[in-house]
Design a protein around this ligand. Structure first.
Ligand SMILES: NC(=O)c1ccc[n+]([C@@H]2O[C@H](COP(=O)([O-])OP(=O)(O)OC[C@H]3O[C@@H](n4cnc5c(N)ncnc54)[C@H](O)[C@@H]3O)[C@@H](O)[C@H]2O)c1
Length: 432
């Protein structure tokens, strides 16, 4: 092992290593807090100056991280944020947590990763360990980051260290957080792996080493593809049951009593968030470059993407049963976040439901206890209060997100028609 590696491991053990976390969003900020909790000093990097200023003033923009915790970290002098990427030479370890969206043509958009790679390259010095955490296709770390860093003349595994370690954060999950969720790590070389494990070990309860960065990259995409495919299957089952006149929830609950060989997934309005609708396409794209078509990924993506249309057709049917057209009817969309109890609307199927209903001439209002203002995709709406009056006024209420704090008994009592995409109401109260 090189002297540089030994020195970095020693710095991890006595916590004198300084961490840099690049990208202070849903993934980066929770990681910062765990590293601070482990006793490290952390420099946070983000290109959004307002965000940097807010964090330095002790204000959190991530729901799972209270402002008090950020303020306390700033007060210890062990956390500060900066928009000056030139300071990337200061940290010993750099965790990259920037977005990896899709382009308009649904291909990987690695421009954020490339921008950070360039910034790290400009600052790279011997004794640094760089860990990519952003979800991406297998090969990214070795094909994009490694050549850029080695172009400085420094040698991987000896002068600097490079690894991939996917983040598994689940916003809103009270039980599983960054610290107690096992974390997979794959290094470019054996020493890269050892150094990365030593650096993360104080902050994460269980590390899961794998043999390469590709294995680590693919692990994350397998996890999200697994969810996408199984949600797709549950959604197809919902369509099947609808055609057969069978209650899909009854069937799923009954199947879930099997103590082995079955895992419960539930249907809904589609999938949302920064992971499940996007990540599998990173792999599909990569495999297209190798002339292989990933059929499960495509099929699940199609099924999940069709669900808003399925539910909008249900709204139209229920209104029709009541002698009304969609055009001119008022529809209250209940919940617009992409899943329950969070304030994130990225890729939310609610946006598609709203758009499709508007295209058919419906008048839309919405209620979401976590999203006071919906300013997205050409929409500019404010959350209406959920009262007996607002429920009675709507020609139809469509439950898209099943937030825990909503009084569904009141919804069932006062709404004229309810279309429930989430099984939020007790069965007897559901009219769809
Ligand atoms: N949100 C999740 O639940 C989740 C879970 C697991 C993995 N991931 C993955 O983690 C990565 C980050 O996702 P996120 O949800 O935290 O994104 P996010 O948008 O919440 O945060 C990313 C941050 O990076 C900053 N940024 C962009 N370009 C930058 C640059 N060049 N230099 C410095 N900062 C820059 C942005 O300003 C933003 O604050 C993605 O690859 C995502 O797929 C997300």
């Amino acid at each position: 092992m090189s002297k540089t590696a030994t020195a970095l491991i020693a710095k991890a053990q006595d916590r004198s290593a300084v961490f840099g976390v690049v990208g202070l969003g849903y993934v980066g900020l929770p990681l910062v807090m765990e590293l601070i909790g482990a006793g490290y000093r952390v420099l946070g990097f983000d290109v959004q100056r307002k965000l940097v200023d807010a964090l330095n003033a002790g204000r959190s923009h991530i729901r799972d991280i209270p402002s008090d915790a950020v303020a306390a970290a700033v007060k210890t002098g062990r956390f500060s944020a900066t928009a000056d990427l030139g300071r990337l030479k200061e940290p010993d370890a750099i965790s990259i947590c920037v977005p990896t969206p899709l382009s308009k043509t649904r291909d990987p958009d690695v421009s954020y990763v490339l921008a950070v790679t360039e910034s790290v390259k400009q600052a790279l010095r011997p004794g640094q360990c760089i860990v990519l955490e952003s979800t991406t296709y297998p090969g990214t770390t070795r094909e994009l980051l490694l050549p850029a860093f080695e172009s400085t003349g420094l040698k991987v595994g000896e002068d600097f260290f490079l690894a991939f370690s996917p983040e598994r954060v689940d916003p809103g999950n009270a039980k599983w957080q960054t610290r107690n969720t096992p974390k997979v790590v794959g290094g470019i070389t054996e020493h890269c792996l050892e150094v990365t494990l030593a650096l993360y070990q104080p902050a994460i309860e269980r590390l899961v080493p794998v043999s390469s960065t590709e294995a680590a990259e693919l692990t994350k995409i397998l996890e999200n593809t697994f969810r996408s495919v199984n949600i797709g299957l549950a959604n197809e089952m919902a369509i099947v049951c609808d055609k057969l006149g069978v209650d899909v929830w009854e069937v799923i609950d009954a199947a879930a009593t099997k103590p082995f060989g079955f895992m419960k997934f539930t249907p809904g309005p589609g999938v949302g968030g920064h992971c499940i609708p996007l990540d599998p396409h990173y792999l599909a794209w990569k495999m297209r470059t190798l002339n292989y078509k990933t059929r499960f990924i495509e099929l699940a993506g199609e099924l999940n993407a069709e669900m808003p249309e399925f539910w909008v057709a249900k709204v139209a049917d229920r209104l029709n049963d009541a002698g009304k057209a969609v055009r001119g009817s008022s529809v209250l969309v209940l919940g617009v976040a992409y899943k329950k109890d969070i304030d994130d609307i990225r890729e939310s199927p609610a946006l598609d439901v709203i758009r499709l209903l508007q295209q058919r001439g419906a008048r839309i209002c919405y209620h979401d206890p976590h999203i006071p203002h919906l300013h997205e995709d050409g929409l500019d709406l404010r959350s209406t209060a959920l009262t007996p009056e607002s429920l009675k006024e709507a020609d139809c209420v469509v439950i898209v997100t099943d937030h825990s704090t909503v009084d569904y008994a009141a919804v069932a009592r006062h709404a004229r028609i309810v279309v429930d995409t989430r099984h939020a109401l007790p069965r007897a109260d559901t009219h769809a």
